[in-house]
Design a protein around this ligand. Sequence first.
Ligand code: NAD
Ligand code: MG
Ligand code: MG
Ligand code: MG
Ligand code: MG
Length: 340
Amino acid sequence: MAEMFHEDDADLAVIQSKTVAVIGYGSQGHAHALNLRDSGVNVVVGLREGSKSVAKAEEAGLTVKSVEDAVKEGDVVVILAPDQVQATLYKEQIEPNLRPGAALLFAHGFNIHYGYIKPAADHDVIMVAPKGPGHTVRREFEAGRGVPVLVCVEQDASGQAWPLVLSYAKAIGGLRAGAIKTTFREETETDLFGEQDVLCGGLSKLIQTGFEVLVEAGYQPEMAYFEVCHEMKLIVDLINEGGISKQRWSCSDTAEYGDYVSGPRVIGPEVKEHMKEVLKDIQDGTFAKRFMDDQAAGAPEFKKLRAEGEAHPIEAVGKQIRSLFSWSEEVDKDYTEGSV
Ligand code: NAD
Ligand code: MG
Ligand code: MG
Ligand code: MG
Ligand code: MG
C-alpha cells in the first residue's frame, strides 16, 4: 500500500518562514499562489513582461515581478509554466538567478525525470502534484476542503526536503484530502500513461470511433452524440462515486449484461498490447523526445493534429446540442470553445 500523509504530518510554519516564488499563473499557478497566500505564506509571482496573467495576479492582490526578480527572492521556486517551455525558462531565466540552496518545486516530473532540467547539487528538488485541475484546487481550498496530492523528493540537498514538501502540500490544501508518497519517475510515467492510454487519448478516440460507426450506419448525428458522448459524464460520475460496480448497479440489467459480453470484444487483448507499446515509449523517453522536438520546431505536428481534432464532425454536432442545455451558460470563464 502507498504511504500517505495527512494534516498532522506537516508543520505549516516551515513554508510560512520562506518566500515562495511561483513562476507561471495558469491553471496550477494561480491556485498554488492564492492558496499559499491564504495560508499565510509570503508569495511572489514571476511572469514574463507583457503576460496577460500580470493583471489577473495583481487584481487578486498578489505581488508580481519579472521571472528573474521573483526567482532572486525565492527560498522555494515553483515552476508552473507549461512543461514544454520549462527547460529553456530554467536555463535562461531561473538558474542564473537562483539563491544558493533554494528549493525547486514542480507539479509534474517531466523535465526532471527526462533530464531536460538538471539542477545543481545544492538544491532540494521536490514535487507537489495535485490530482486535479488548478481551478478545482482553488475552488476546493476556498470551500475548506482540498484535492489529494502526490508528494516526492528527487534530491534532498538540505536534509529537510520532506518537512518542506509536506508543509507546502498542507498550505495548498492537499493534506486536507491526503498526500500519496511517490517518486518523480512513477509520477511522470503513470501520468503520461493515464492521459495517453485512457483519460485523454483512449477516451477521445473511443468516443469519436463510436460516433463514426453510428453515423456511417445511417443514424442521426445528434442521436450518436447523445449516446456516445453526452452520457459519458453521467457514467463517469457514478464510477467516481462508487467504482465500476456502482455504475453497473445503476444501469439497467440490459446495459450491464451488454457491458460484460461486448466490452471485451471492443477492448480486446490487442488493445492491451498497444497500451504496453505506448508505455514502453513513455518509459524509454521516445514520447518525451517526440513531443519536445516538435515543440522546439514550432510545434508543426502538434498544431496539425489539434486542427484535425477540432475539424472532426462530432465537434460541430456537440456544440449545437450543448447550446440546448442551460448549464452551457456556466462555461469556464477562461475557456472559449474553439480556442483550445
Ligand atoms: P498553464 O498552461 O495553465 O499555465 C502556464 C502559465 O505559465 C501561463 O498561464 C503563463 O502565465 C506562464 N507561462 C507560459 N509561458 C511562459 C514562459 N515562457 N515564461 C514564464 N511563464 C510562462 O499550465 P498548467 O496546466 O498550470 O501546468 C503547469 C504545470 O503543472 C505543468 O508542469 C503541468 O504538467 C502541471 N500540472 C498541471 C495540471 C493541470 O490540471 N493543468 C495538473 C497537475 C499538474
Ligand atoms: Mg495527470
Ligand atoms: Mg499530465
Ligand atoms: Mg442509452
Ligand atoms: Mg443495474
